[in-house]
Design a protein around this ligand. Sequence first.
Ligand SMILES: [Zn+2]
Ligand SMILES: [Zn+2]
Length: 212
Amino acid sequence: MSIPKTQKAVIFETNGGPLEYKDIPVPVPKPNEILINVKYSGVCHTDLHAWKGDWPLATKLPLVGGHEGAGVVVAKGSNVTNFEIGDLAGNKWLNGSCMGCEFCQQGAEPNCPDADLSGYTHDGSFQQYATADAVQAAKIPKGTDLPGVAPILCAGVTVYKALKTAELRPGQWVAISGAGGGLGSLAVQYAVAMGLRVLDSKDYRRWSTWCH
Ligand SMILES: [Zn+2]
Ligand SMILES: [Zn+2]
């Protein structure tokens, strides 16, 4: 498989500045990284915040946004043992972490003070080829529908984690605020798959009658 030297990307030079669709170099994976040929990418509201520079943590500049990329591994660094060329992989929000601090050692890598973030401190999925730390890159099983899985890499894991840590049991009720939105609609699907009963507006009216 031949990897080109340049690729198409959406990139901005300054926060809030023009979003340019242009040719940039294909990144070379570091020893711990894989190179993903991104086939599909979701767009998250965080991408808008990163472009505008809304948050106190500065973004890398110039920056390629995006952290819901799903694609195929086309190259890997010399230290990578958990991915092979041709595997499906995703570059998600947490691109890499130090793996040595207290948070990383407790499995709370998103809280790592040195976390490297796709589409924020690390060029993300709005390009044809993106690098990701092999330890944090999402492993996607062969045969997975890539356009379907792309939004799972941020929107999906966000609500899945919330439902998991809520420690509800099948048959229990769950209220999902913003259930009609992007994350909410995924949360409803996960909740149903977990055997939970999702509160809808009809139930809410019945309950508020009982309560008054
Ligand atoms: Zn996101
Ligand atoms: Zn760490």
